[in-house]
Structures are given as C-alpha cells and as structure tokens.
Design a protein around this ligand. Structure first.
Ligand SMILES: [Zn+2]
Length: 198
C-alpha cells in the first residue's frame, strides 16, 4: 500500500512524538485529514508559536509563558523551600501532588558518568546563588529513583549541605529503577509525603 508523499511526511512527523508508533501515527494522520482547514491552521499555529510563547524561567528553569513564572512570581510560595528536579516537566508532576508549596529548581539533567554527563552540566551555580540570596533553608530532591538519580542526589548532598541546607529526598513509594514518566500521581503523592531526611 502506497500513501501520497505528503501523507507519508505527516505520518513520519507524528512518529517523532514519544510513544507514537506507525499505527498511532496513521490514526492521528487520518483524523487530521478529516479535520477542517480552520482547525488545522489553529493547531499548526499553536505548535509554531511554541518557541515564541513558552520559555524557561530565568530563575528556576520551569516553563513559563509571557505572563511569567507561576512559581517564582507567586508571593504565596515559600521561597525558602526549593524542590530540585532534573527536568522542567518534573516540576509539574510534583505540583500535581499538591504536597509542595515552595519553589522549584531545574537541574537540566542527571549525572551520568556512563554518558559523560558530569557535574559541570548541572544547572548548579544558579541554584547556589538562589540559596545564598534568598536564604533558602530546605531543599527537597525530587529525582528519579535510578542510578543517575542516586548519583545526582549524592553529589547534591555533598554540595548543598555545605551551605547549611536541610535536605530531604523522595523515597517512599518510588519504585526502584523508575523514572517520573512512569509514576502515577498517587504514587508520587505518597513518595512526596513520605520523603525522608537525606
Ligand atoms: Zn521560576
């Protein structure tokens, strides 16, 4: 079976999304073929405007739009309590638990000696400045329960306890070897409320 070239291009484009295989991509593509021009243009515009509309907050690194950071700009958030996450999207996963009322800091990656990702790749200097400037007292390490997550947590413990910070790490409820991508909200909420000193 041969699809018209543009339809093949559409299917290949959709397959670039995580978790989308050929069959799902074909299903999405045929759905789009039956969608009217106005709706397609509106969808295309939302995607095309991503680089201009959504940025990382210059303070914490979480995604923000032109209205500013939902966390750093909120006077009700506790600036002395920082939840440290590897990726910007992890902050939203923690936020969904409703357990945390502080602010976030995105490291950008996890340490991985196997892949040559060393401490210099972590967004750490900005974090240290934030801790010193805001007088942060507590940090929660909300990192994957993987080898990379453990290596990063150990490294941060060494660096951050020097600053007199009280550290805790999510533990209870996080399955071993699990990434945030595969943890449901309930498990994460339990992990958050059951976090222990680290
Ligand atoms: Zn922010």
């Amino acid at each position: 079976m041969q699809y018209p070239p543009h339809l093949i291009k559409l299917i290949e484009t959709l397959k670039q999304l995580p978790g989308v295989g050929t069959r799902s991509a074909e299903r999405f593509a045929f759905h789009l073929l039956s969608t009217n021009k106005e709706q397609l243009e509106a969808m295309g515009q939302i995607i095309a405007q991503i680089p201009e509309k959504i940025h990382c907050c210059p303070i914490c690194g979480v995604f923000q739009d032109e209205k500013g950071c939902l966390f750093c700009q909120d006077p009700l958030r506790d600036k002395e309590n920082i939840c440290i996450v590897a990726r910007a999207k992890d902050a939203f996963a923690v936020e969904k638990t409703g357990e945390f009322k502080g602010v976030y800091h995105v490291l950008g990656t996890l340490l991985s000696p196997m892949q040559g990702i060393g401490p210099e790749k972590l967004n750490l200097q900005k974090l240290i400045h934030r801790i010193k400037d805001n007088g942060a007292k507590e940090a929660v390490l909300a990192l994957d329960s993987t080898l990379e997550g453990d290596a990063t947590a150990l490294y941060l413990r060494k660096e951050l306890t020097l600053l007199g910070l009280k550290l805790s790490r999510l533990a209870f409820g996080m399955p071993i070897g699990s990434s945030f991508d595969f943890v449901d909200g309930g498990t994460l909420a339990k992990a958050f409320s059951g976090r222990g000193p680290f």
